[in-house]
Design a protein around this ligand. Structure first.
Ligand code: SF4
Length: 440
């Protein structure tokens, strides 16, 4: 029997790109391709790129260069594919460039270079597809694109306007994942709170029952599957208040990832952020009133063009009052094609750095205080890895990759994917240490 054609795959970028990679790989595996772990073993390499900021563009171009040098046959897809000349100018020998979520095009390009081996008797793909995350958690992409036009972002020009997946399709995928052993679903999109608005909240069917393509209905349905459900990229619109009671009732995780980006209304307006006119401090206060245990995560940009020292102080005052649990911060960096490049008054690099340091100092202090308050508490955690005799786990407050961890130095028989009940024994700025709780 001829051996299966072999594909190498490099997946760069955000969780949304990761989901695209999983879809492409699922399809290729279904057609009999082998996915191999080295350039040398592959007959062909697919590189899924990111083009969000300049650093990501460089990383993508370097990855393409490495694949060409070590394998020679390279197909490029992903966000950077929206600017094919950026790729072909530097790497003229790539076989094909396609844009983001162009699954069919990528697969056709693979077929053209490396035809599949037809074997109709072997079902190579498990029904939940191929996932690149560990077995116990999975990203669930509910929509593509975005209707906003934030001035620092080029995603809408690369990925188009919001296109939500039908609710029945999303729920079916979620159900399959949970049946296959996934214990945590991470809901992602560019704007999760806008889910279904492009479909006019069309009713779909799941399990024979009607369900609307609406953010709250989706959260409620996902919450009924028995897995942890974590909501990412939610904007502080009034209707978001409706999911907080689901968190208080334990239906979805009391965790909300809200990319606030700034606290100064003037800067938010310059950024053209969604919901920039909302009183975000008031929203946060309401959420905590309904669900005191809620963890709020966010990202911020400092040094946006036109940001004055006073704007930055407003941001610090905002953070000091909001006391967010998890915070990431970036220095503004111009992205080719973004409207913000035309804004006056760029902030010098050293000022950006100084503001980033001041911001992170405050964020770390708040985080340390909040984590110290957890010492002595019992909580349920999900184990991600067991290495060198200790387990790394996460609580409801920790999303994989971006938040902190709960380290369990004496993990007993715990294995990745296990639940455990632990008692917190120590805390640092961002992480916790725990021991297994008695009588779990
Ligand atoms: S909400 Fe703004 S930052 Fe997010 S994808 Fe849409 S335009 Fe970009």
């Amino acid at each position: 029997m001829a051996s299966a054609p072999k594909i190498g795959f490099v997946s760069l970028g955000c969780p949304k790109a990761l989901v695209d990679s999983e879809r492409i790989l699922t399809r290729l595996r279904a057609e009999g391709y082998d996915v191999v772990g080295s350039y040398e073993d592959a007959n062909l390499v697919v590189v899924n790129t990111c083009g969000f900021i300049d650093d990501a563009v460089h990383e993508s171009l370097d990855a393409i260069g490495e694949a060409i040098a070590r394998n020679g046959k390279v197909i490029v897809t992903g966000c950077l594919g929206a600017r094919p000349e950026t790729i072909t100018d530097r790497h003229p020998s790539v076989l094909k460039v396609t844009g983001a979520h162009a699954y069919e095009e990528v697969v056709s390009a693979v077929h053209a270079e490396l035809p599949p081996l037809h074997d109709p008797f072997v079902d190579l793909v498990p029904p939940q597809g191929i996932r690149l995350t560990p077995r116990h958690y999975a990203y669930l992409k509910i929509s593509e694109g975005c209707n906003h036009r934030c001035t620092f972002c080029i995603i809408p020009s690369m990925r188009g306007d919001l296109a939500s997946r039908p609710i029945g399709e999303v729920m079916l995928e979620a159900e399959r994942l949970v049946k296959a052993g996934v214990k945590e679903l991470l809901v992602i999109s560019q704007d999760t709170s806008a889910y279904g608005s492009d479909l006019r909240y069309a009713t779909g069917f799941w399990g024979g029952k009607p369900v609307k393509a609406r953010f709250t209905d989706l959260a409620r349905s996902l919450g009924s599957l028995g897995a942890w459900v974590r909501l990412h990229y939610v904007y502080p619109y009034p209707h978001v208040d409706e999911v907080i009671p689901l968190m208080a009732d334990g239906k979805v995780l009391p965790y909300l990832d809200v990319p606030f980006q700034h606290g100064s209304p003037r800067v938010l307006k310059l950024m053209k952020r969604p919901a920039h006119a909302e009183n975000t401090l008031e929203r946060i206060r309401r959420w905590r009133e309904i669900c005191p245990d809620i963890t709020i995560r966010s990202t911020f940009i400092v040094g946006f063009p036109g940001e004055t020292e006073r704007d930055f102080e407003i941001l610090l005052e905002w953070l000091a009052e909001a006391r967010l649990d998890r915070v990431g911060c970036f220095k503004y960096s111009p992205v080719e094609g973004a409207a913000a490049n035309a804004l006056p008054d760029p902030v010098p690099d050293e000022v950006k750095q100084e503001r980033l340091d001041r911001f992170m100092e405050l964020a770390a202090r708040i985080s340390a205080e909040k984590l110290a308050a957890k010492v002595g508490r019992r909580m349920r955690v999900l184990v991600d890895a067991v290495d060198d005799g200790e387990a790394l786990a996460r609580s409801a407050a920790d999303a994989p990759e971006i938040d902190g961890t709960v380290r369990i130095p004496k993990p007993g028989k715990l294995r990745p994917g296990d639940w455990a009940v632990v008692e917190i024994t120590a805390a640092s700025d961002y992480d916790l240490v725990a021991k297994l709780a008695r009588g779990r």
